[in-house]
Design a binder for this molecule. Structure first.
Ligand code: 5GP
Length: 191
């Protein structure tokens, strides 16, 4: 008998909400869940590892992927393309393992409409000023990119009620525990 399909977990959060830090810790504690590695045309940051954080591809390669139907969803976010590989997620869930997608709000709502049984979580930053400070301290974006990220963050925050669950990242350890407990609860729940 084929194994039961794994679950699709979708996590969204505005840029600078601390989601990458939270997710790294949560994933390290949750071996049952595999991280979906997206493709992007943005340039790698210093800590980014190709094939682990993203598949960093050229715009030409990305557009070819769109044409060939390689992505289950894709979006242009802050001038760069980002997309979730269809094969990546199906390979995992068809083996009965769970997959976690860390994608923007539009992508999350798109996946949710294609896969109503998927479960979505929004990570809420404590406030906009903290977001701004986190982005500035990170020093990975130009002034123009930073402004784009903040504007989009304000817009994305308005969509938080469309998600199944919300986790506030005011204090890191608390947010990690809350998200970890929530993921365990979701993957243990029978459909
Ligand atoms: P960053 O450049 O900071 O790694 O990510 C920028 C934004 O793109 C984040 O909101 C992130 O969640 C989103 N993102 C990353 N991968 C994907 C993807 O495959 N699809 C979509 N729609 N958004 C993505």
């Amino acid at each position: 008998m084929a194994p039961a399909k794994g679950k699709i977990l979708i996590i969204s959060a505005p840029s600078g909400s601390g989601k990458t830090t939270i997710l790294k810790r949560v994933l390290a504690e949750t071996p049952e869940v595999t991280y979906s590695v997206s493709a992007t045309t943005r340039k790698p940051r210093s800590n980014d590892v190709h094939g682990k954080d993203y598949f960093f591809v050229s715009e030409e390669e990305f557009l070819k992927g769109i044409k060939e139907g390689a992505f289950v969803e894709w979006e242009k976010v802050y001038d760069y393309y980002y997309g979730t590989y269809k094969n990546f997620i199906f390979d995992i869930i068809n083996q009965g393992r769970h997959i976690l997608l860390e994608i923007d709000v539009k992508g999350a709502l798109n996946i949710k409409s294609q896969f109503p049984e998927s479960v979505s979580v929004f990570i809420i930053p404590p406030d906009i000023e903290t977001l701004r400070q986190r982005l500035q301290n990170r020093k990975t974006e130009s002034e123009a990119d930073l402004k784009k990220r903040l504007d989009l963050a304000v817009h994305e925050l308005q969509e938080k009620d469309k998600f199944d669950y919300r986790v506030v990242n005011a204090e890191l350890d608390t947010a990690v525990k809350e998200l970890h407990d929530l993921i365990l609860k979701i993957i243990k729940k029978e459909n």
